[in-house]
Design a protein around this ligand. Structure first.
Ligand SMILES: [Zn+2]
Length: 177
């Protein structure tokens, strides 16, 4: 209904026998509303509405606080539950197991995660942000240093990968050398 003074009009305080600065408790006597018999349609609407809502608590009653986070029925605050409710969610990525797995090194997790989003601070990205750095690859100087170039297509990186896979397979085959 909005403010009663707008709903009923300037004659409202006199018609309802309530001061214009009255609070809800002023309109209650014991366990019922203490409003006079309605004389206008607006007052009838008000009384009809009041019959549908509970009286406010008595001042003697103890007040209680509840913490409701999402669908949780917990009445106490829990930071973990709250975080689950508040945090932004997206669809689970199909690479999630590649990045986050038991026993992984957190620093590597993080770098892999950033790399998946192509957010590594490569030279081409730094230059795009306005930093005064050369965007070219520091290994070969022939291409821009992007994630894909740095990790996959740079000649130097390919040599590193092939050397790494070769040494890991040879170390398995000849463990004592
Ligand atoms: Zn390169």
């Amino acid at each position: 209904m909005g403010q009663l003074i707008d709903h009923i009009g300037p004659t409202g305080p006199r018609a309802l026998r309530a001061m214009s600065n009255a609070v809800v408790a002023d309109a209650i006597a014991g366990s019922s509303w203490s409003l006079p018999h309605p004389r206008s349609q607006e007052e009838v609407d008000l009384l009809a509405h009041l019959t549908t809502i509970d009286l406010p608590l008595n001042v003697d009653d103890c007040d209680e606080y509840e913490w409701v986070a999402g669908d949780s029925s917990l009445r106490v605050f829990r930071s973990s539950t709250t975080w689950e409710v508040l945090r932004p969610r997206q669809q689970i990525k199909n690479w999630v197991d590649v990045v986050w797995f038991k026993g992984a090194i957190p620093k590597h997790n993080f770098t892999m995660w950033i790399a998946n989003y192509d957010r590594l601070p490569t030279r081409s990205r730094l230059a795009a942000w306005g930093l005064l750095v050369s965007a070219s690859c520091p290994f070969c100087s022939n291409y821009e240093e992007t994630r894909d170039h740095l990790m996959l297509s740079c000649e130097y990186s390919r040599d590193m990968w092939s050397g790494s896979t070769a040494s890991s397979s040879s170390s398995k085959m000849i463990p004592n050398t």
